[in-house]
Design a protein around this ligand. Structure first.
Ligand code: FES
Ligand SMILES: [Fe+2]
Length: 412
Protein backbone atom coordinates (compact mmCIF):
# COMPACT_ATOMS: atom_id res chain seq x y z
CA UNK A 1 0.00 0.00 0.00
CA UNK A 2 1.49 3.34 -0.94
CA UNK A 3 1.34 6.23 1.49
CA UNK A 4 -1.16 8.99 0.84
CA UNK A 5 0.30 12.44 0.11
CA UNK A 6 -1.07 13.62 3.47
CA UNK A 7 0.69 10.89 5.49
CA UNK A 8 3.83 11.32 3.40
CA UNK A 9 3.90 15.02 4.16
CA UNK A 10 3.33 14.44 7.90
CA UNK A 11 6.31 12.09 7.95
CA UNK A 12 8.58 14.28 5.87
CA UNK A 13 7.92 17.46 7.84
CA UNK A 14 9.17 15.90 11.05
CA UNK A 15 11.65 18.22 12.79
CA UNK A 16 14.79 16.25 13.80
CA UNK A 17 15.22 15.23 17.47
CA UNK A 18 11.61 16.09 18.34
CA UNK A 19 8.48 14.15 19.24
CA UNK A 20 6.23 13.41 16.28
CA UNK A 21 3.42 15.55 14.96
CA UNK A 22 0.18 14.90 16.91
CA UNK A 23 -1.53 13.22 13.92
CA UNK A 24 1.19 10.55 13.83
CA UNK A 25 0.06 9.46 17.29
CA UNK A 26 -3.70 9.36 16.66
CA UNK A 27 -4.73 9.54 13.02
CA UNK A 28 -6.59 6.44 11.69
CA UNK A 29 -4.89 6.69 8.30
CA UNK A 30 -1.45 6.83 9.94
CA UNK A 31 -2.45 3.88 12.11
CA UNK A 32 -3.32 1.83 9.01
CA UNK A 33 0.01 2.81 7.48
CA UNK A 34 1.81 1.75 10.70
CA UNK A 35 0.11 -1.65 10.47
CA UNK A 36 1.12 -1.98 6.87
CA UNK A 37 4.71 -0.76 7.08
CA UNK A 38 5.79 -1.79 10.58
CA UNK A 39 3.50 -4.47 11.97
CA UNK A 40 2.99 -6.53 8.84
CA UNK A 41 6.63 -6.30 7.74
CA UNK A 42 8.86 -7.17 10.69
CA UNK A 43 9.06 -9.94 13.27
CA UNK A 44 6.61 -9.87 16.15
CA UNK A 45 6.98 -11.55 19.50
CA UNK A 46 3.96 -13.87 19.74
CA UNK A 47 4.41 -15.59 23.09
CA UNK A 48 6.23 -18.35 24.91
CA UNK A 49 6.63 -21.93 23.75
CA UNK A 50 5.69 -23.12 27.23
CA UNK A 51 2.18 -21.71 26.70
CA UNK A 52 1.59 -24.41 24.09
CA UNK A 53 3.58 -27.47 25.24
CA UNK A 54 1.44 -30.24 23.64
CA UNK A 55 0.27 -30.92 20.08
CA UNK A 56 -2.88 -28.91 19.38
CA UNK A 57 -2.24 -26.32 22.10
CA UNK A 58 -2.77 -22.86 20.64
CA UNK A 59 -3.23 -19.20 21.37
CA UNK A 60 -4.59 -16.43 19.17
CA UNK A 61 -3.20 -12.93 18.76
CA UNK A 62 -4.66 -9.93 16.95
CA UNK A 63 -2.46 -7.65 14.88
CA UNK A 64 -4.89 -4.96 13.78
CA UNK A 65 -7.64 -6.76 11.86
CA UNK A 66 -5.50 -9.90 11.40
CA UNK A 67 -6.20 -12.68 13.87
CA UNK A 68 -3.32 -15.17 14.01
CA UNK A 69 -3.39 -18.68 15.46
CA UNK A 70 -0.14 -19.99 16.95
CA UNK A 71 -0.27 -23.76 17.47
CA UNK A 72 1.97 -26.70 18.40
CA UNK A 73 1.90 -29.20 15.53
CA UNK A 74 1.73 -32.99 15.75
CA UNK A 75 5.49 -33.09 15.20
CA UNK A 76 6.26 -30.57 17.95
CA UNK A 77 7.06 -27.49 15.87
CA UNK A 78 5.23 -24.23 16.27
CA UNK A 79 3.02 -23.24 13.32
CA UNK A 80 1.22 -19.97 12.77
CA UNK A 81 -1.66 -19.25 10.43
CA UNK A 82 -4.34 -16.73 9.75
CA UNK A 83 -7.51 -17.38 11.73
CA UNK A 84 -9.62 -17.31 8.60
CA UNK A 85 -11.56 -20.04 6.79
CA UNK A 86 -10.79 -20.38 3.09
CA UNK A 87 -14.42 -21.19 2.26
CA UNK A 88 -16.27 -17.93 2.87
CA UNK A 89 -13.90 -16.19 5.17
CA UNK A 90 -15.34 -16.86 8.61
CA UNK A 91 -13.13 -16.61 11.68
CA UNK A 92 -12.20 -20.21 12.49
CA UNK A 93 -11.65 -19.97 16.18
CA UNK A 94 -13.19 -17.60 18.77
CA UNK A 95 -11.31 -18.71 21.86
CA UNK A 96 -8.11 -16.86 22.83
CA UNK A 97 -6.35 -20.14 23.71
CA UNK A 98 -7.04 -23.84 24.13
CA UNK A 99 -6.34 -27.26 22.62
CA UNK A 100 -7.72 -28.65 19.36
CA UNK A 101 -7.24 -31.85 17.35
CA UNK A 102 -8.00 -29.96 14.16
CA UNK A 103 -9.53 -26.65 13.17
CA UNK A 104 -13.23 -26.92 12.31
CA UNK A 105 -14.93 -23.85 10.92
CA UNK A 106 -18.11 -23.14 12.87
CA UNK A 107 -19.92 -21.87 9.74
CA UNK A 108 -20.12 -24.90 7.36
CA UNK A 109 -17.59 -27.22 9.02
CA UNK A 110 -14.69 -27.16 6.66
CA UNK A 111 -11.84 -28.71 8.64
CA UNK A 112 -8.07 -28.19 8.64
CA UNK A 113 -5.25 -30.13 10.30
CA UNK A 114 -2.80 -28.48 12.70
CA UNK A 115 -0.48 -27.62 9.80
CA UNK A 116 -3.37 -25.81 8.11
CA UNK A 117 -4.10 -28.36 5.37
CA UNK A 118 -7.75 -28.56 4.33
CA UNK A 119 -8.89 -32.09 5.23
CA UNK A 120 -12.69 -31.85 5.02
CA UNK A 121 -14.78 -29.72 2.66
CA UNK A 122 -18.39 -30.89 2.65
CA UNK A 123 -20.63 -30.38 -0.37
CA UNK A 124 -17.85 -29.62 -2.82
CA UNK A 125 -17.67 -31.47 -6.16
CA UNK A 126 -15.37 -34.44 -6.71
CA UNK A 127 -13.05 -32.28 -8.80
CA UNK A 128 -12.47 -29.78 -5.96
CA UNK A 129 -8.75 -29.54 -5.18
CA UNK A 130 -8.37 -29.22 -1.39
CA UNK A 131 -4.65 -28.63 -1.66
CA UNK A 132 -5.38 -25.15 -3.01
CA UNK A 133 -7.38 -24.10 0.05
CA UNK A 134 -5.13 -24.62 3.03
CA UNK A 135 -5.05 -21.95 5.72
CA UNK A 136 -2.87 -18.95 4.96
CA UNK A 137 0.33 -19.63 6.86
CA UNK A 138 2.41 -17.13 8.76
CA UNK A 139 6.18 -17.35 9.17
CA UNK A 140 7.20 -18.48 12.62
CA UNK A 141 10.44 -19.04 14.57
CA UNK A 142 10.81 -20.54 18.02
CA UNK A 143 14.11 -19.59 19.65
CA UNK A 144 14.85 -21.16 23.03
CA UNK A 145 11.19 -20.99 23.95
CA UNK A 146 10.48 -17.52 22.53
CA UNK A 147 8.03 -17.49 19.61
CA UNK A 148 8.23 -14.85 16.88
CA UNK A 149 5.94 -14.55 13.85
CA UNK A 150 6.02 -12.40 10.76
CA UNK A 151 3.01 -11.54 8.62
CA UNK A 152 5.29 -10.55 5.76
CA UNK A 153 5.47 -12.73 2.66
CA UNK A 154 9.25 -12.16 2.67
CA UNK A 155 10.19 -11.29 6.25
CA UNK A 156 13.52 -9.74 7.18
CA UNK A 157 16.34 -12.17 7.90
CA UNK A 158 15.94 -13.60 11.39
CA UNK A 159 19.33 -15.34 11.63
CA UNK A 160 21.20 -12.73 13.64
CA UNK A 161 18.30 -12.03 15.98
CA UNK A 162 17.82 -15.76 16.48
CA UNK A 163 21.48 -16.26 17.34
CA UNK A 164 21.60 -13.35 19.75
CA UNK A 165 18.38 -14.24 21.57
CA UNK A 166 19.29 -17.93 21.49
CA UNK A 167 22.69 -17.44 23.09
CA UNK A 168 21.47 -15.09 25.82
CA UNK A 169 18.12 -16.75 26.50
CA UNK A 170 19.44 -20.33 26.70
CA UNK A 171 20.78 -20.22 30.31
CA UNK A 172 17.55 -18.55 31.45
CA UNK A 173 15.72 -21.78 30.58
CA UNK A 174 12.59 -20.47 28.84
CA UNK A 175 12.16 -23.94 27.37
CA UNK A 176 11.89 -25.37 30.87
CA UNK A 177 9.74 -22.56 32.20
CA UNK A 178 6.07 -22.15 32.93
CA UNK A 179 3.77 -19.18 32.93
CA UNK A 180 3.15 -18.09 36.51
CA UNK A 181 0.79 -15.30 35.49
CA UNK A 182 -0.36 -13.29 32.48
CA UNK A 183 -1.94 -9.85 32.85
CA UNK A 184 -3.53 -8.07 29.88
CA UNK A 185 -3.73 -4.29 29.76
CA UNK A 186 -5.63 -2.03 27.38
CA UNK A 187 -3.42 1.04 27.34
CA UNK A 188 -5.08 4.11 25.87
CA UNK A 189 -2.02 5.33 24.01
CA UNK A 190 -0.57 4.87 20.55
CA UNK A 191 1.97 2.00 20.40
CA UNK A 192 4.78 4.45 19.56
CA UNK A 193 4.28 6.31 22.84
CA UNK A 194 4.59 3.03 24.72
CA UNK A 195 7.92 2.39 22.97
CA UNK A 196 9.19 5.91 23.46
CA UNK A 197 8.56 5.59 27.16
CA UNK A 198 10.37 2.25 27.22
CA UNK A 199 13.44 3.73 25.56
CA UNK A 200 14.39 6.16 28.30
CA UNK A 201 14.81 6.01 32.04
CA UNK A 202 14.74 9.78 32.35
CA UNK A 203 11.26 9.32 33.83
CA UNK A 204 12.34 6.64 36.27
CA UNK A 205 13.30 8.80 39.25
CA UNK A 206 9.94 10.54 39.25
CA UNK A 207 7.79 7.53 38.40
CA UNK A 208 9.39 4.22 39.39
CA UNK A 209 10.38 4.25 43.06
CA UNK A 210 10.75 0.43 43.09
CA UNK A 211 12.63 0.05 39.80
CA UNK A 212 15.35 2.58 40.56
CA UNK A 213 16.37 0.83 43.76
CA UNK A 214 17.42 -2.28 41.82
CA UNK A 215 18.90 -0.85 38.64
CA UNK A 216 21.52 1.47 37.19
CA UNK A 217 19.58 2.50 34.04
CA UNK A 218 18.34 5.82 35.38
CA UNK A 219 21.90 7.05 35.87
CA UNK A 220 23.14 8.30 32.54
CA UNK A 221 26.70 8.66 31.43
CA UNK A 222 26.58 12.46 31.61
CA UNK A 223 25.38 12.81 35.18
CA UNK A 224 26.67 9.69 36.88
CA UNK A 225 28.49 10.72 40.03
CA UNK A 226 31.86 9.11 40.79
CA UNK A 227 30.18 7.28 43.65
CA UNK A 228 27.54 5.69 41.40
CA UNK A 229 30.17 4.82 38.82
CA UNK A 230 32.20 3.13 41.55
CA UNK A 231 29.12 1.22 42.75
CA UNK A 232 28.44 -0.05 39.25
CA UNK A 233 32.06 -1.08 38.82
CA UNK A 234 31.99 -2.92 42.15
CA UNK A 235 28.77 -4.70 41.18
CA UNK A 236 30.26 -5.73 37.85
CA UNK A 237 33.60 -6.82 39.34
CA UNK A 238 31.93 -8.79 42.10
CA UNK A 239 30.23 -11.03 39.61
CA UNK A 240 32.34 -10.76 36.52
CA UNK A 241 34.76 -13.59 37.14
CA UNK A 242 32.00 -15.98 38.16
CA UNK A 243 29.73 -14.96 35.27
CA UNK A 244 32.52 -15.39 32.76
CA UNK A 245 33.26 -18.84 34.13
CA UNK A 246 29.63 -19.89 33.65
CA UNK A 247 29.18 -18.20 30.27
CA UNK A 248 27.04 -15.43 31.71
CA UNK A 249 29.35 -12.53 30.97
CA UNK A 250 27.92 -9.10 31.65
CA UNK A 251 27.73 -7.24 28.35
CA UNK A 252 26.45 -3.90 29.60
CA UNK A 253 28.87 -2.59 32.22
CA UNK A 254 27.96 1.07 32.15
CA UNK A 255 25.32 3.02 33.97
CA UNK A 256 22.51 4.27 31.77
CA UNK A 257 20.49 2.36 29.24
CA UNK A 258 21.97 0.24 26.52
CA UNK A 259 21.91 1.95 23.13
CA UNK A 260 18.93 0.68 21.15
CA UNK A 261 17.67 0.74 18.46
CA UNK A 262 20.20 1.53 15.77
CA UNK A 263 18.04 3.24 13.17
CA UNK A 264 20.85 3.77 10.70
CA UNK A 265 21.81 0.08 10.58
CA UNK A 266 18.22 -1.08 11.11
CA UNK A 267 19.07 -3.00 14.28
CA UNK A 268 15.63 -3.91 15.62
CA UNK A 269 16.72 -6.43 18.28
CA UNK A 270 19.21 -6.49 21.12
CA UNK A 271 20.01 -8.38 24.30
CA UNK A 272 22.44 -7.96 27.13
CA UNK A 273 23.19 -8.92 30.69
CA UNK A 274 23.81 -6.25 33.27
CA UNK A 275 24.45 -6.01 37.00
CA UNK A 276 21.86 -5.24 39.64
CA UNK A 277 22.52 -2.86 42.51
CA UNK A 278 24.41 -4.33 45.50
CA UNK A 279 21.98 -6.29 47.65
CA UNK A 280 19.61 -7.13 44.76
CA UNK A 281 19.63 -10.72 43.53
CA UNK A 282 16.37 -10.35 41.64
CA UNK A 283 14.07 -7.61 40.36
CA UNK A 284 11.79 -7.94 43.35
CA UNK A 285 10.58 -5.47 45.95
CA UNK A 286 13.41 -6.13 48.39
CA UNK A 287 15.89 -7.70 46.01
CA UNK A 288 15.55 -11.17 47.43
CA UNK A 289 15.21 -14.32 45.37
CA UNK A 290 11.51 -15.30 45.43
CA UNK A 291 11.38 -18.49 43.34
CA UNK A 292 13.73 -21.42 42.52
CA UNK A 293 16.60 -20.67 40.14
CA UNK A 294 15.62 -20.92 36.49
CA UNK A 295 17.38 -22.72 33.66
CA UNK A 296 21.09 -23.40 33.99
CA UNK A 297 21.67 -20.96 36.83
CA UNK A 298 23.51 -22.46 39.81
CA UNK A 299 23.88 -19.20 41.67
CA UNK A 300 21.38 -16.40 42.25
CA UNK A 301 23.91 -13.68 41.43
CA UNK A 302 23.43 -13.46 37.66
CA UNK A 303 22.34 -9.82 37.34
CA UNK A 304 19.54 -9.36 34.80
CA UNK A 305 19.15 -10.52 31.25
CA UNK A 306 17.35 -8.01 29.04
CA UNK A 307 16.03 -8.59 25.55
CA UNK A 308 14.11 -6.31 23.24
CA UNK A 309 12.79 -6.40 19.69
CA UNK A 310 10.92 -3.80 17.70
CA UNK A 311 8.05 -3.35 17.33
CA UNK A 312 6.61 -5.30 20.22
CA UNK A 313 8.80 -7.10 22.77
CA UNK A 314 10.92 -6.59 25.83
CA UNK A 315 11.96 -8.90 28.61
CA UNK A 316 13.74 -8.56 31.95
CA UNK A 317 14.87 -11.83 33.48
CA UNK A 318 16.29 -12.39 36.94
CA UNK A 319 17.80 -15.56 38.37
CA UNK A 320 14.42 -16.81 39.59
CA UNK A 321 11.77 -15.36 37.29
CA UNK A 322 11.40 -13.70 33.91
CA UNK A 323 9.03 -10.98 32.78
CA UNK A 324 8.09 -10.53 29.13
CA UNK A 325 6.07 -7.67 27.69
CA UNK A 326 4.27 -7.97 24.36
CA UNK A 327 2.63 -5.01 22.61
CA UNK A 328 -0.04 -5.29 19.95
CA UNK A 329 -1.65 -2.35 18.18
CA UNK A 330 -5.29 -2.00 19.22
CA UNK A 331 -6.29 1.22 17.46
CA UNK A 332 -4.79 4.64 16.71
CA UNK A 333 -4.86 5.50 20.40
CA UNK A 334 -4.73 2.06 22.01
CA UNK A 335 -2.19 -0.67 22.64
CA UNK A 336 -2.97 -4.16 23.91
CA UNK A 337 -0.17 -4.99 26.33
CA UNK A 338 0.37 -8.45 27.74
CA UNK A 339 2.80 -8.98 30.60
CA UNK A 340 3.98 -12.54 31.34
CA UNK A 341 5.65 -13.73 34.53
CA UNK A 342 7.56 -16.99 34.13
CA UNK A 343 9.21 -19.30 36.64
CA UNK A 344 10.90 -22.70 36.43
CA UNK A 345 8.46 -25.36 35.21
CA UNK A 346 8.90 -27.45 38.35
CA UNK A 347 8.20 -24.58 40.74
CA UNK A 348 4.87 -24.89 42.52
CA UNK A 349 2.88 -21.90 43.62
CA UNK A 350 2.41 -21.88 47.38
CA UNK A 351 5.34 -24.23 47.91
CA UNK A 352 8.19 -22.69 45.91
CA UNK A 353 6.89 -19.20 45.17
CA UNK A 354 4.07 -16.77 45.86
CA UNK A 355 2.70 -14.52 43.13
CA UNK A 356 2.50 -11.78 45.76
CA UNK A 357 6.32 -11.83 45.87
CA UNK A 358 7.06 -12.55 42.19
CA UNK A 359 4.76 -9.98 40.61
CA UNK A 360 4.76 -6.58 42.33
CA UNK A 361 8.08 -5.22 41.04
CA UNK A 362 7.11 -5.44 37.37
CA UNK A 363 3.39 -5.06 37.92
CA UNK A 364 3.94 -1.72 39.62
CA UNK A 365 6.60 -0.61 37.15
CA UNK A 366 4.43 -1.59 34.15
CA UNK A 367 1.29 0.04 35.48
CA UNK A 368 3.22 3.20 36.32
CA UNK A 369 4.33 3.25 32.69
CA UNK A 370 0.81 2.85 31.30
CA UNK A 371 -0.34 5.86 33.33
CA UNK A 372 2.52 7.91 31.87
CA UNK A 373 1.69 6.84 28.30
CA UNK A 374 -2.03 7.57 28.64
CA UNK A 375 -1.30 10.97 30.14
CA UNK A 376 1.05 11.79 27.27
CA UNK A 377 -1.53 10.70 24.67
CA UNK A 378 -4.09 13.03 26.24
CA UNK A 379 -1.66 15.93 26.20
CA UNK A 380 -0.69 15.27 22.59
CA UNK A 381 -4.37 15.26 21.57
CA UNK A 382 -4.66 18.88 22.70
CA UNK A 383 -5.00 21.50 19.95
CA UNK A 384 -2.11 23.34 21.64
CA UNK A 385 0.39 20.44 21.27
CA UNK A 386 3.51 20.93 19.17
CA UNK A 387 6.51 18.53 18.88
CA UNK A 388 8.96 18.91 21.76
CA UNK A 389 12.75 18.34 21.84
CA UNK A 390 14.48 15.17 23.07
CA UNK A 391 17.43 15.43 25.46
CA UNK A 392 20.61 14.27 23.73
CA UNK A 393 21.82 12.94 27.11
CA UNK A 394 18.80 11.04 28.31
CA UNK A 395 16.52 10.50 25.33
CA UNK A 396 19.00 9.36 22.68
CA UNK A 397 17.23 6.01 22.40
CA UNK A 398 13.83 7.67 21.94
CA UNK A 399 15.29 9.80 19.19
CA UNK A 400 16.74 6.65 17.59
CA UNK A 401 13.37 4.93 17.86
CA UNK A 402 11.70 7.83 16.02
CA UNK A 403 14.35 7.69 13.30
CA UNK A 404 13.83 3.92 13.04
CA UNK A 405 10.06 4.43 12.76
CA UNK A 406 10.38 7.11 10.08
CA UNK A 407 12.71 4.87 8.13
CA UNK A 408 10.26 1.98 8.22
CA UNK A 409 7.47 4.25 7.06
CA UNK A 410 9.47 5.76 4.25
CA UNK A 411 10.93 2.52 2.93
CA UNK A 412 9.13 1.06 -0.08
S1 FES B 1 -16.90 -20.16 5.96
FE1 FES B 1 -15.82 -21.75 6.91
S2 FES B 1 -16.87 -23.51 6.28
FE2 FES B 1 -17.93 -21.93 5.30
FE1 LIG C 1 9.04 3.34 32.81
Amino acid sequence: MSLSPRVRSLLSSQPPHHTLAGELYRDPEVYRADLDRVWRRGWLFAGHGCEIPAAGDYFAMDVGADSILVVRSETGEVRAMHNLCRHRGSLLCDEPCGRVKKWVCPYHRWAYDLDGRLIHSPAMPESFDRSQYGLRTVQVREVEGLIFVSLAACPPDFTEAGEMFGALARPQGFRKAKIAKIVDYHVKANWKLVWENNRECFHCNANHPQYIKANFDHYNADDTSPQIRAEMETAVKRSEARWAATGLAVSHKQTGMTTFPDAERNIWFSANRTALVEGYLSETMDGRQVAPLMGDYRDADVGTLRMRALPNFWNHSSCDHAVSTRLLPAGPEATAVRVYWLVDEKAQEGRDYELSAVMPFWQLTSEQDWVICERQQRGINSSAYAPGPYSPYKEYNVDAFIRWYLKQMESK
